[in-house]
Design a protein around this ligand. Structure first.
Ligand code: FES
Length: 116
């Protein structure tokens, strides 16, 4: 697929450009805005994932937390979520995170505009 950085690889405009692949190394987190939503993108076990950027427990920006493999830990009360599907691995949170589709193509990372 040929496109320039910042162009959209999906013809129906369903994805937005987030960052270059080189900006997201293993266990890195990158916060972005999609519409009015805060989203955090992370690279775990080599793959790229995206979930809501605000913890489901109280107000904490998950980009300030830590990603270890696929376990995303909140910086405030240390709930742990599986970044692959948003599920809660460890409380105190009990509500899963909303998930966004993330793709990596031609050295760029893109996230779906819609959840799910
Ligand atoms: S705000 Fe994230 S665990 Fe409490």
């Amino acid at each position: 697929m040929q496109h320039t950085e910042g162009s959209n690889p999906v013809s129906d405009n369903a994805y937005i450009y987030v960052c270059s692949s080189s900006e997201l190394e293993e266990d890195d987190l990158f916060e972005c805005e999609i519409g009015t939503e805060t989203v955090v993108v992370g690279r775990g076990e080599g793959n790229v994932y995206a979930v809501q950027g605000i913890c489901s427990h109280a107000y904490a920006e998950l980009a300030d937390g830590e990603l270890d493999g696929t376990c995303l830990t909140c910086p405030l009360h240390f709930a742990c979520f599986d970044i692959r599907d948003g599920s809660v691995l460890e409380g105190p949170a009990d509500t899963p995170l909303q998930v966004y589709k993330a793709i990596e193509a031609d050295g760029s990372i893109w996230v779906s505009r819609e959840r799910g």
